[in-house]
Design a protein around this ligand. Structure first.
Ligand code: ATP
Length: 264
């Protein structure tokens, strides 16, 4: 089914409402989307940290790298190239560090450029959503692509996330893009669980960040400092057992769980 011009038509709304119930996502308890508006602000880094933090709390976690234009989350969990997903009547996610991972990078070869126009990407997304065999999961984390265009909107419609985590730096350009994302979430009635402020220590004092939180009426969920280890270590999992990881991932998961229980 292609996205019609009038996306708010009752037929289209009904299609999306039923989609999750009748797809392999029906065994997933909670879908968490991680997004921003701007590229390169730390979506993938946060998605992987979140997956590790929730797994550390004893939850079963899946991670779906939906960044059509740079699917690289697996690189942050595995130093070796992951074998492409096999089709066994559906794609089986790959287990990395105890997390079920699916990424577009498992389905395409490295040399194949992902030049995809909206419609093609939309079709692939729909196909993938119906064919990834997640099985039962407590949390499925979606690492969304940058921007607020058609693919982003289709993803929100297809997955109907139970909660959204917005990550941004405090720079005014990133905040302007994030504001647009927050407006879309409000329109689509997707609960915004909170904001993760990334690399704030690299920026001067930015009053605009506080004003931004007030404007979108969302709490600050977590502050992720610039971590040299993130650029030096081969995989993010290596920072789980560092003093920072032991302390901060617990804070991240606890803050998130508190917000989920308050919102739902
Ligand atoms: N807190 C941090 N400390 C150090 N490096 C960071 C931090 N956050 C992100 N980075 C680095 O910045 C780069 C971009 O991060 P990441 O890929 O997570 O962003 P993204 O929003 O997913 O990007 P894209 O929009 O391209 O998908 C990566 O090299 C990552 O290691």
């Amino acid at each position: 089914m292609e996205r019609p011009q009038e996306c708010s038509s009752p037929e289209w709304e009904r299609f999306f409402k039923d989609f999750r119930k009748h797809s392999p996502l029906k065994e997933v308890r909670f879908i968490l989307a991680v997004g921003s508006g701007k590229g390169g602000v730390g979506k993938t880094t946060l998605s992987v940290l979140l997956a590790l933090a929730l797994k550390g709390e004893g939850f079963s976690v899946g991670l779906f790298d939906l960044d059509f234009y740079g699917p690289n989350s697996a690189l942050l969990l595995s130093p070796e190239k992951v074998q492409p997903a096999t089709d066994v009547g559906g794609y089986k996610p790959v287990s990395l560090e105890g997390i079920k991972v699916m990424s577009l990078s498992f389905l395409i070869t490295e040399k194949e450029p992902i030049f995809m126009r909206g419609l093609m990407a939309g079709k692939l997304l729909q196909e993938l959503t119906q064919r990834v065999l997640w099985g039962p999961l407590d949390f499925l984390i979606l690492d969304l692509p940058p921007g607020t265009g058609d693919i982003f909107l289709t993803m929100l419609d297809l997955y109907s996330p139970d909660g959204f985590i917005l990550i941004t730096t405090p720079h005014k350009l990133a905040l302007a893009d994030s504001l647009r994302t927050a407006t879309i979430l409000k329109e689509k009635k997707i609960p915004l669980l909170g904001v993760v402020k990334n690399m704030s220590d690299l920026f001067g004092k930015e009053d605009s960040f506080e004003a931004f939180l007030k404007e979108i009426k969302a709490p600050l969920l977590f502050e992720l400092p610039f971590l040299k280890e993130l650029t030096e270590k081969e995989t993010i999992s290596e920072i789980v057992d560092t003093p920072w990881g032991n302390r901060e991932l617990k804070i991240l998961s606890q803050n998130l769980l508190k917000r989920i229980f308050r919102v739902h």
